[in-house]
Design a protein around this ligand. Structure first.
Ligand code: BTN
Length: 251
């Protein structure tokens, strides 16, 4: 059971539709508290952009942290997702020989494959954030055939990356300790962005940027202190708040 002075409650479930959804449904119950919810399986795991997140029992760490304490919400929450990615990076990379990268906005990559993702959802009242839910999915014990065929060439797990028996409990402890223990780092946005940029996937590489405004090609230059992506397109540094990054096809 993870313990931290800023964590009020931890709930373990066998199965749930989505740990993010469950925490949001029980928001009234968790008012002014910080709650961690871990589920062995999710029947409707949610990814970014409404995608499905494969969350079979016994294969991964599927958890969400609900931040409801006023003291936790007083920090600058603009970089909450970026910060969560850094914390996941910090707990995973010592376990793996290959380099771990962060792909904008918050994919956890090992070499060129995705090992985890983060889904942050903020609950607003007017222009105030009342609570935040950070959903974290980390593939732990998958063999390649445990992934759906269509993602087998894009996905990986800690086991596939050489970690024989990933220990879910110690990853949970490490996450809670680091996440809640360093929350004030959110207020050092430039330092946070610099740290993220040191671990950025495709940094300074030629990428295709797929955004609602169209597809652009340029060099990825990391993030600014608001967490926006910076892409150098024909000598102009463009700022993107949404979109997706892809390595440009080399001719
Ligand atoms: C992504 O698309 O990269 C984000 C994936 C986030 C998955 C996690 S698993 C725990 C939590 N509950 C969900 O339904 N999604 C997040």
């Amino acid at each position: 059971m993870p313990s931290h002075p800023d964590l009020d409650k931890t709930i373990f479930l066998d199965t749930v539709d989505s740990t993010n959804l469950e925490l949001k449904r029980r928001r009234d119950e968790f008012q002014d508290t910080n709650v961690l919810l871990v589920s062995d399986a999710q029947s409707q795991g949610k990814g970014q952009k409404g995608r499905r997140w494969e969350s079979a029992a016994g294969l991964g760490l599927w958890m969400s942290l609900y931040l409801g304490r006023k003291s936790s919400l007083t920090h600058n929450l603009q970089l909450l997702s970026i910060y969560t990615g850094l914390v996941v990076h910090e707990i995973i990379s010592p376990l793996i020989k290959r380099p771990v990268y962060l792909k904008w906005p918050n994919d956890i990559m090992i070499h060129s494959k995705k090992c985890g993702g983060i889904l942050t959802e903020l609950q607003w009242q007017g222009d105030a954030i009342m609570s935040a839910v950070m959903g974290i999915g980390i593939n732990l014990s998958h063999e390649i055939e445990d992934f759906t065929l269509s993602i087998q060439n894009q996905a990986t797990s800690l086991k596939l990356e050489g970690l024989d028996s990933p220990d879910r409990a110690s990853l949970i402890d490490a996450f809670v300790y680091s996440f809640l223990g360093n929350l004030s780092f959110l207020d050092s946005s430039q330092e946070l962005a610099t740290k993220w940029n040191q671990k950025a996937y495709h940094m300074n590489e030629l990428v295709q940027w797929e955004s609602p405004q169209g597809i652009f090609e340029g060099h990825f230059c990391g993030i600014n202190n608001k967490g926006d992506a910076l892409v150098n397109i024909d000598g102009n540094l463009q700022v993107f708040q949404t979109g997706e990054i892809r390595l440009a096809e080399m001719i």
